[in-house]
Design a protein around this ligand. Structure first.
Ligand code: NAP
Length: 323
């Protein structure tokens, strides 16, 4: 008998076909986060779940006595209670390796769009306000040869550094651990403490996971260390930034701008952000290209099939359960 699995959002057809070849599949039919109570109900008899931004908390785990595999379709897994899974010995996988370059593309697009006021410029032309070349029209900030600070220097932070090097930028990074010398040399990246990165960056791009340690790591205090001309880019997770403090810093021009793909209460946006010209916003589309979304779905399916077959996939995020 094929194991029963539940999928929290409709999958692209090739991924669904692959999953169906090894499992009995039930899918939440809507392209939205399934409520916890409904997920608990759906998980009563399943051995695996393929999760896409649904919350897997203790309530869901309690309701699913047969559960032995969780495949998260995404790199960030702050939606899953890892400790509770560890207590049950349930492996969790993510889709590391499938979306980093694509997300770095979006982060760099937000950086450029904010620095060069691309959205304001587009609006200006569309609204028919452009009547002549003007010396002082829509001045932005140079990107090339500036300092790009990276908070987090893993799967997305490193491709971001590569993009920065393409613009002749100086690269500074902070993470809890230094990467290998060879990577620092290849990317011309210099390790620095957080305060130095904040003080010296012209552009600060966030690439840390959301954890208790990184929650509000950017707040009123850390923002006050940044240059008045600095731009912050967040494609990590909304709560990494204290959004109230960010709004305050943007309104009072303590920093110059922000490019945001993620928000503290998304999809609800702080109304004050909507009124600010020095912010460019996107609706959490870091990995949103057709190729990458398909790659993510295929990898998430392969991960689920491997766990259910008793194998250990490469992208297990809680390897401690195997020891
Ligand atoms: P990753 O490969 O796991 O890299 C995370 C980096 O953050 C590592 O350098 C890690 O280094 C550092 N880090 C972790 N905890 C830290 C802490 N407390 N203080 C300082 N640095 C810390 O992850 P990634 O692939 O780059 O992705 C980063 C995040 O981006 C994901 O977790 C996800 O939330 C988000 N994301 C968003 C989108 C989107 O659509 N907008 C798409 C993909 C991912 P150390 O362990 O040495 O500290």
């Amino acid at each position: 008998m094929k194991p029963k699995v539940f999928v929290t959002r409709p999958l692209p057809s090739p991924a669904l076909e692959l999953l169906s070849s090894g499992c009995q599949v039930r899918t939440f039919p809507k392209d939205e986060a399934i409520p916890v109570s409904q997920l608990s109900e759906e998980c009563r008899d399943v051995e695996g779940i393929l999760v896409n931004s649904a919350r897997v908390n203790e309530e869901v785990l309690r309701a699913a006595p047969k559960l032995r595999a969780i495949s998260n379709c995404g790199v960030g897994y702050d939606n899953i209670n890892v400790e509770a899974c560890n207590r049950r010995g349930i492996p969790i996988t993510n889709t590391a390796g499938s979306l980093e370059e694509t997300t770095a593309d979006l982060a760099f697009a937000l950086l450029l769009a904010t620095a060069r006021r691309a959205i304001e410029a587009d609006r200006y032309v569309r609204e028919g306000r452009w009547d002549r070349w003007q010396w002082g029209l829509l001045h932005g900030l140079d990107v090339h040869h500036k300092t790009l600070g990276l908070l987090g220097f893993g799967g997305i932070g490193q491709p971001m550094a590569r993009r920065g090097r393409g613009f002749s930028m100086r690269i500074l990074y902070f993470a809890r651990h230094r990467v290998a010398d060879s990577i620092e040399r290849e990317l011309h990246a210099q390790y620095a403490d957080l305060e130095t990165v904040l003080r010296e960056s012209d552009f600060l791009s966030l690439h840390v996971p959301l954890t208790p340690e990184t929650h509000h790591v950017i707040d009123g205090n850390t923002l006050s260390l940044m240059k008045k001309t600095a731009i912050i880019v967040n494609t990590a997770r909304g709560p990494v930034v204290d959004e109230k403090a960010l709004v305050e810093a943007l309104k009072s021009r303590k920093i110059a701008g922000a490019g945001l793909d993620v928000f503290e209460g998304e999809p609800h946006i702080n109304p004050e952000l909507l009124g600010l010209d020095n912010v460019v916003m996107a609706p959490h589309i870091g990995s949103a290209t057709a190729e990458t979304r398909l790659n993510m779905a295929m990898l998430a399916v392969r991960n689920l099939l491997e766990i259910l077959a008793g194998q250990r996939p490469r992208s297990v995020v809680n390897p401690e359960i195997y020891s």
